[in-house]
Ligand binder design. Structure first.
Ligand SMILES: Cc1cc2nc3c(=O)[nH]c(=O)nc-3n(C[C@H](O)[C@H](O)[C@H](O)COP(=O)(O)O)c2cc1C
Ligand code: SF4
Length: 420
């Protein structure tokens, strides 16, 4: 029987308070690592757990921490990516609003492991309640000695700063986020050097997602084997799935990694009365769509990659047979076009062109050859851009063209949207 840990106190009215968190065993992981473990041992625990980053790419967390140089003549930084700009994704907001101490403790344990004394939490500016709750949690934790100079009487000093974003999706790309934190325009950096070696202020930096960091105290308290026993061995752990769209009970669900997509949709109440599920976007709009006959895929990094998609941010958008896929594809590409930072030509110019063709098809003014044109444009964008925004847009459109080609063709041949 699966036991939720990340959302354990999510419905408690005082779940955001220190007293509630402590009553459920909160901050014992921090006390334990300071008392019993060296920083390297904490890195090893996380490596053994096989925790993979929950922000989108699924990179192994312990391995990322291991890239930070042991000796450095500069301070090391921990940055928490709480930008959560991926459409369909709302898990980090719920953690910060309803259980912020889980993140504060995760930051403290993780900072101890990598040898950082300062952390920045880069929060999406629209998340006002989350920001207030996080500020309150940091103040409470400092008062109790979980943060500040000599945490819990040890020689570990730790400070957390909150930085509010201003509404640009690209700020979630980790190196653009570092630029923004440094007060510059948020545009991705050329890599290498990677942030672990030269990140914030050219210092060794680890960037992790909110959910990734929130898993860390549980791994310390319950052990890496507990974590690894949940879901597939190479992609394990409890997982937050944000289910939205045309289901009866949209919401945030904590379930094992690897659960079949079909079962997840059932948890969310299944399709609306009289409707059939036509497609699911499993990992936020950067993830290629899965057709309705592919719902048996496991919701983990490797299974979804094998099925031609991505777990991404686990923003699961369910689409039923009442919805036009040309409209879905157009709205998604309009989003990417609007959010393109403009640094590289294939993304800036390519998406501009793609949007024009898609809008033409959607309004019934498409021409023969438009679909081949779109495929050519996707080819020109994919693999030729500075960051993964361009890739995500091209992969998503390609998948829509592959699985729902008949709908695109119908728009062009009938010179109208068949769904109206
Ligand atoms: C355009 C773009 C937007 C991104 N937005 C986010 C985001 O909002 N939150 C996030 O955690 N990761 C986001 N990422 C992924 C981050 O670059 C990075 O991989 C992640 O924060 C690393 O944390 P993790 O290893 O814990 O997953 C984005 C990536 C790209 C390319
Ligand atoms: S792919 Fe797009 S968002 Fe990424 S750097 Fe290039 S222009 Fe900017």
């Amino acid at each position: 029987m699966f036991e939720p840990v990340l959302l354990k106190n999510i419905d408690a009215p005082d779940g955001h308070l220190l007293s509630t968190y402590e009553a459920g065993g909160g901050y014992q992981a921090l006390a334990k690592v300071l008392r019993e473990h060296t920083p390297d041992e904490v890195v090893d625990l996380v490596k053994q757990s096989n925790l993979r980053g929950r922000g989108g790419a699924g990179f192994p967390t312990g391995m990322k921490w291991g890239f930070v140089p042991k000796r450095a003549d500069k301070p090391k930084y921990l940055c928490c990516n709480a930008d959560e700009g991926e459409p369909g994704t709302f898990k980090d907001r719920i953690i910060m609003e309803s259980a912020p101490h889980q993140l504060v403790e995760g930051l403290a344990v993780s900072a101890y492991a990598i040898g950082a004394e300062t952390a920045y939490v880069y929060v999406r500016g629209e998340y006002v309640k989350a920001i207030r709750r996080l500020e309150q949690a940091i103040a409470e934790a400092r008062e109790k000695g979980y943060l500040g100079a000599g945490v819990l009487g040890s020689d570990f000093n730790f400070t957390i700063h909150i930085h509010c974003g201003a509404g640009a999706y690209i700020c979630g790309e980790e190196t653009a986020m570092l630029e923004s934190l440094e007060g510059k325009r948020a545009q991705p950096r050329l890599k290498p050097p990677f942030p672990a070696v030269a990140g914030l202020y050219a210092s060794p930096t680890v960037i992790n997602n909110v959910e990734t960091l929130a898993c860390v105290p549980h791994i310390v308290m319950r052990g890496p084997h507990w974590f690894r026993a949940i879901g597939p061995d190479k992609s394990p752990g409890p997982k937050l799935y944000c289910v939205s769209g045309q289901v009866r009970k949209p919401g945030l669900y904590e379930l094992p990694m690897g659960i079949p997509l079909r079962e997840l949709v059932e948890h969310a109440g299944g399709p609306l009365p009289g409707r059939r599920i036509k497609a699911v976007i499993p990992g936020g709009v950067s993830a290629p769509v899965i057709a309705g006959d592919g719902l048996d895929v496991g919701m983990d990094f490797d299974s979804l990659a094998a099925a031609g998609s991505m777990l991404g941010s686990a923003g699961v958008i369910v689409i039923d047979d009442s919805t036009c896929m040309v409209k879905v594809a157009t709205r998604i590409i309009e989003f990417f076009h609007h959010e393109s930072c403009g640094k590289c030509t294939p993304c800036r110019e390519g998406l501009n062109w793609v949007v024009k063709v898609l809008r033409r098809i959607e309004s019934g003014e498409g021409a023969p050859g438009d679909l081949e044109q779109l495929e050519k444009l996707c080819k020109g964008i994919f693999g030729n851009t500075f960051c993964a925004l361009g890739d995500g847009a091209a992969m998503g459109l390609r998948a829509a063209l592959t699985h729902f080609r008949d709908e695109f063709v119908a728009h062009i041949e009938e010179r109208r949207c068949p769904f109206h």
